[in-house]
Design a protein around this ligand. Structure first.
Ligand code: PLP
Length: 226
């Protein structure tokens, strides 16, 4: 667990200060989260709701024995989120990164209202060549934004965009995909107070930061391979 603290520190030092680092702790035990938190990590990313809820109950839930020590710890839901799981994370999640469908916005709205809060979310945009990756198409975004501006989904606080580049050694292609996402972030976000452009993982965060990322999601470079 000592290596985790050291790895967090070297990632945090390598990533520019203005870029938030989300420590992606999926598949790793609670002790790994504790080690990274002790070294200074504050935002943690999980892609499975059951695991996210389990770690919340162990550390940050009001019934957790040492929850006061983790009052500054934020949980981010980073992967594909099934509608029927939203209710489990609605009371406590700090940011949902991968909102890729209107029906998911509808469900988050319902569960956020029930939890009497506004939930920050990012709209996931499909930028990769691969069909297997999710997200709104560039053509869908204006319609979604118009509905947001009109006051639909009043308990959903869209704060920016998220995207995943094609998994390829072709750094030019990865850069081009990230740059395309940044342009959408700038054009759609103008006048909407958007703050967050979540792009970049262990393998491609440097390119993402060059292309304007404000939030990187780093797993294996901090916690080791999965
Ligand atoms: C797993 C995951 C990451 C982190 O991946 P690493 O390559 O381990 O840094 C980032 N984003 C999403 C959506 C993930 O599922």
């Amino acid at each position: 667990m000592q290596e985790i603290g050291a790895a967090w520190t070297s990632v945090r030092e390598a990533v520019p200060d203005h870029v938030t680092v989300v420590a992606v702790s999926k598949t790793k035990p609670v002790e790994a989260v504790v080690a990274a938190h002790a070294a200074g990590a504050r935002a943690f990313g999980e892609n499975r709701v059951q695991e996210l809820v389990g770690k919340h109950e162990a550390l940050t839930h009001p019934d957790a024995p040492h929850h006061a020590d983790y009052a500054d710890l934020q949980w981010h839901q980073i992967g594909t989120l099934q509608r029927n799981k939203v209710k489990y994370i609605a009371p406590f999640v700090s940011l949902i990164h991968a909102v890729d469908q209107v029906s998911l916005l509808d469900e988050i709205e319902k569960r956020a209202a029930a939890a009497r809060r506004r939930i920050p979310v990012l709209l996931q945009v499909h930028i990769a060549e691969e069909q297997t990756k999710f997200g709104f198409g560039a053509d869908d975004l204006p319609t979604v934004c118009d509905r947001l501006d009109a006051g639909d989904w009043a308990h959903v606080d869209v704060t920016g965009l998220m995207g995943m580049a094609t998994f390829t050694p072709d750094t030019v292609q990865v850069g081009r995909e990230f740059a395309g996402l940044r342009r959408q972030f700038e054009s759609m976000g103008a006048g909407r107070n958007w703050t967050t452009l979540s792009m970049g993982m262990s393998g491609d965060w440097r390119i993402a930061v060059e292309e304007g990322s404000t939030m990187v999601r780093i797993g294996s470079a901090i916690f080791g391979s999965r």
